[in-house]
Design a protein around this ligand. Structure first.
Ligand code: NAP
Length: 334
């Protein structure tokens, strides 16, 4: 048996799925139910989460995932996805993919750091589904990770509702920050945009909307030096970059919106990506390499929701099944 008893190192599996968020695990459910025995390489704890399973592991309660009228905790939802995939025969492979070679069939996958330099990959497969997600850029403050899910959030659509009639802040000056601020203004008592410069990066139309909004104001030239609160966020300590003066702002929630990065380093120069590094898919989940599919946030910088990630995971599962079937039948395909 190969690594962790999942497969023989030299046997070629049907499909390997990289990532165990909603996209990867939905692709696993579909390919497992199609009898393709998928292997899900689940990834490793990140700097902001102590378990694999994607960004939902960082969320507390999820209220907008259909089917859960009373809401569900992010980790609980991911555990349910995983059990469902395993029930139909998906194998969960612990560890993080550290190298891939998709230049020819079968595709080669290396897992973990021990073996990366070796010529022998840990897994071989005919089809690959990339569901490695994206990560929010973070400020890097000590209290930011401690208070994540307790007043610090990276998703207004997910968590805004919890801040009804409370003062909150959004950090960032791009379209994401302004979009989040406008969305949050529906619930919050007030929204302060904290921006490190005296000019926003966001598009003019978004700026106009923000400047004319009665509940939103901008704290210019402001850098967050600390996030305050024991059990939950009670405020932030800011530094004015012009005067160096430090002061506190009382808030109940802080939304970090300073950009996202797709987890696509592994595929650099192997797959077509856009300027920001997101994998380009057509209207399906197909990538520029035949037999390689992508789903979830790694190919979507617009919606970034658990439900849209799961939907695109379903598409990748179905596309993979059809592609493998045509491969078996010898039908030429892109
Ligand atoms: P972005 O355009 O890269 O903006 C990031 C913002 O965060 C910038 O204002 C930047 O400040 C600030 N920032 C970065 N690192 C920081 C740090 N360590 N501390 C404090 N502030 C920091 O990212 P984005 O807003 O996520 O947008 C990404 C792309 O998606 C853009 O092309 C955007 O137009 C697009 N988008 C479009 C829409 C829409 O059309 N509705 C919505 C969302 C996003 P500086 O300005 O000083 O660099």
């Amino acid at each position: 048996m190969g690594v962790n008893g999942v497969t023989k190192k030299d046997s070629v599996g049907n499909v390997v799925i990289i990532g165990s968020g909603p996209a990867g695990l939905t692709a696993a459910i579909y390919t497992a139910r199609a009898d393709l025995s998928p292997i899900v390489v689940e990834g490793e704890p990140s700097s902001t989460s102590d378990q694999p399973g994607g960004q939902l592991m960082l969320t507390t309660e999820i209220e907008n995932y259909p089917g859960f009228p009373a809401g569900i905790m992010g980790p609980e939802l991911m555990e349910a996805f995983k059990s469902q995939a395993v029930r139909f025969g998906a194998k969960i492979h612990p560890g993080k993919v550290t190298r891939v070679d998709i230049s020819k069939q079968p595709f080669k996958i290396w897992v973990g750091n021990d073996n990366t330099a070796s010529d022998t990959p840990d897994l071989l497969c005919k089809a690959l589904i990339i569901a490695s997600g994206a990560r929010s850029l973070m400020l890097g403050l000590e209290n930011e990770s401690r208070l994540l899910g307790h007043g610090v959030s990276t998703c207004a659509t997910c968590d805004g509702y919890f801040f009804r009639d409370l003062p909150i802040a959004v950090v960032g000056g791009g379209d994401s920050a302004l979009e989040e601020a406008l969305f949050l203004s529906k619930f919050a008592e007030s929204v302060t945009i904290i921006h490190r410069r005296d000019q926003l990066r966001a598009s003019k139309i978004m700026q106009d909307r923000v400047f004319s909004h009665p509940k939103i104001r901008v704290n210019w030239n402001s850098v967050i030096v600390d996030i305050l609160g024991e059990e939950k966020v009670t405020g932030v300590k800011l530094r004015d970059t012009k005067t160096d003066e430090e002061y506190e702002l009382k808030i109940s929630g802080l939304f970090i919106a300073i950009g996202h990065v797709p987890n696509t380093d592994l595929f650099k120069n192997q797959l077509d990506t856009d300027e920001a590094g997101y994998i380009i898919t057509d209207n399906s989940s197909k990538t520029s390499v035949a037999g390689v599919f992508a789903c979830g946030d790694v190919q979507d910088h617009v919606y970034r929701q658990a439900i849209t990630a799961a939907g695109s995971g379903c598409m990748a599962g179905i596309d993979t099944e059809r592609w493998l079937e045509n491969l078996t039948l010898g039908i030429k395909q892109s």
